[in-house]
Design a protein around this ligand. Structure first.
Ligand code: C5P
Length: 231
């Protein structure tokens, strides 16, 4: 499994996204398209970025009944994305249905618990009595049972997840947001690590948004991430 840096293209329009991508002349970074851009521009934005030669992680975090998810994944498969995701909270049957719909055309990963969910939300709103780590681990195990390739999680959880699956000889990747340079702003992220630390903790892919998109020189910031995480 190739390690890579994925840029979160959290822009509200096609124009802003393409202006940003135009800055990259000698490299074609792996990019993440999320709900904001996809719902604003529709599937054409995926086709256009794909045609420019980028790999795409389509981050729509599906969570619905198995039949609906299977059919939605069939549509996503036809877009030619490289990676996409569902919520593990939808259960094993839903994740299996997603795999069937996708027919192996992209890497499918699952969100365990959103990093915005804290221990208090888990216990008092969702009425889950297990700890955050136990819940995340169980969701990762369900994800693997359903045949998916890995999970989105914080780099701090990626160590625990990798050690569980490595012990059992099961290939399983972790895709980790919450990345900041040692000398940059945390923004609204709380559980953060640097690209170098994420590498040390075993992340397979890091997802980096604002440290690259808001940088004075986004190409230099991207290359700095690659140098810390891969080289
Ligand atoms: O700008 P920043 O680097 O914080 O962007 C991180 C990206 O990863 C955003 O697109 C955000 O929605 C996404 N993400 C996250 N935490 C998760 C799941 C996804 O920050 N648990």
């Amino acid at each position: 499994m190739g390690k890579d840096v994925i840029i979160a293209c959290d822009f509200g329009s096609k124009q802003a996204t393409l202006e940003f991508l135009d800055k990259f002349t000698d490299v074609k970074p792996f990019v993440k398209i999320g709900m904001e851009l996809y719902f604003a521009e529709g599937p054409d934005i995926v086709r256009e970025i794909k045609a420019r030669g980028h790999k795409i992680f389509l981050d729509l975090k599906m969570h619905d009944i198995p039949n609906t998810v299977k059919k939605a994944m069939r549509s996503i498969a036809s877009l030619g994305v490289d990676m996409t995701n569902v919520h593990a909270g939808g259960g094993i049957a839903m994740m299996q249905a997603a795999m069937e719909g996708l027919e192996g055309k992209a890497i499918l990963i699952a969100v365990t618990q959103l990093t915005s969910t804290n221990a208090d939300t888990l216990k008092n709103e969702l009425l889950i009595d297990k700890s955050m780590n136990e819940t995340i681990m169980q969701y990762a195990i369900n994800t693997s049972k359903a045949g998916l390739g890995g999970v989105v999680c914080s780099p701090l959880e990626s160590e625990m997840i990798h050690s569980h699956f490595a012990k059992n000889n099961i290939p399983f990747i972790t895709v980790t947001p919450g990345i900041r340079f040692a000398d940059s702003s945390k923004d609204d992220q709380s559980r953060i690590t640097t690209p170098a630390k994420a590498k040390e903790m075993g992340s397979d892919y890091i997802v980096v948004g604002r440290p690259i998109t808001q940088a004075e020189d986004p190409v230099a910031a991207y290359k700095r991430c690659v140098a810390e995480f891969i080289d």
